[in-house]
Write a protein that binds this ligand. Structure first.
Ligand SMILES: O=C(CO)[C@H](O)[C@H](O)COP(=O)(O)O
Length: 210
């Protein structure tokens, strides 16, 4: 099980400073969608240049023109690129094919997918590297989470790794760990803490204990 730090509400210098604080305790650094919208793939490029040994995920949430967008994110240095599970199969195939060509990986974000079990099974067969259940900010605000959806994908997915994102905090992490995803994605649960290093360290400790 690995820990991914999601950076969403920062600019590039703030993102780099934040990673310096927690680098030793995280496995993957995510350049979040708002950062890519504000700063472009330059954010991925600068993060990879600053931390060449860290795995960098570009949270592009691709919906179309998938092969092209994966090729651009790969050229910027992303190791993992996200596409939406709601995208057409042709787009998923395009993303997977291009990622394979570039030696990169695809994480499929299940945000807004209604029939999680059926779609996860299909995405697994289409060759996704990761399938990620995700409660976005707008549904977190309504008190929702993805813990049940994680169990659902764990029961149907045969090849892909599983991931979970959306409002995970130190207090809720034990429940997530119980379901044994391959990747736990945490944004505000680390970046919103006064002592970010301590928060990331504690989370990584719990994750390592499994
Ligand atoms: O992709 C995202 C929002 O669309 C976030 O990166 C993801 O939800 C993790 O952040 P947080 O732990 O703050 O919810």
């Amino acid at each position: 099980m690995k820990l991914q730090l999601a950076l969403d509400l920062v600019n590039i210098p703030q993102a780099i400073e934040l990673v310096k604080e927690v680098e030793e305790h995280v496995d993957v650094v995510e350049i979040g969608t708002p950062v890519v919208i504000n700063e472009g793939l330059k954010a991925v490029k600068e993060m990879k240049a600053a931390f060449p040994n860290l795995t960098v995920l570009a949270d592009l949430k691709i919906m179309d023109a998938a092969g092209y967008e994966v090729s651009q994110a790969s050229a910027a240095g992303a190791d993992i690129i996200t596409i939406l599970g709601a995208a057409e199969d042709a787009s998923i195939k395009g993303a997977v094919e291009e990622a394979k060509k570039q030696g990169k990986q695809i994480l499929v974000d299940m945000i807004a997918v209604k029939d999680i079990a059926t779609r996860a099974k299909e995405l697994d067969e289409l060759g996704a590297d990761y399938i990620c259940v995700h409660t976005g900010y707008d549904l977190q605000a309504q008190g929702q989470n993805s813990f049940k959806d994680l169990e659902t994908i764990k029961s149907v997915v045969k090849n892909a790794k599983t991931a979970i994102a959306g409002g995970i905090k130190l207090e809720t992490l034990p429940e997530v760990i119980k379901a044994q995803p391959d990747l736990v994605i945490v944004g505000g649960g680390i970046t919103g803490q006064e002592d970010k290093n301590a928060a990331a360290a504690k989370m990584q400790e719990l994750i390592k204990q499994g």
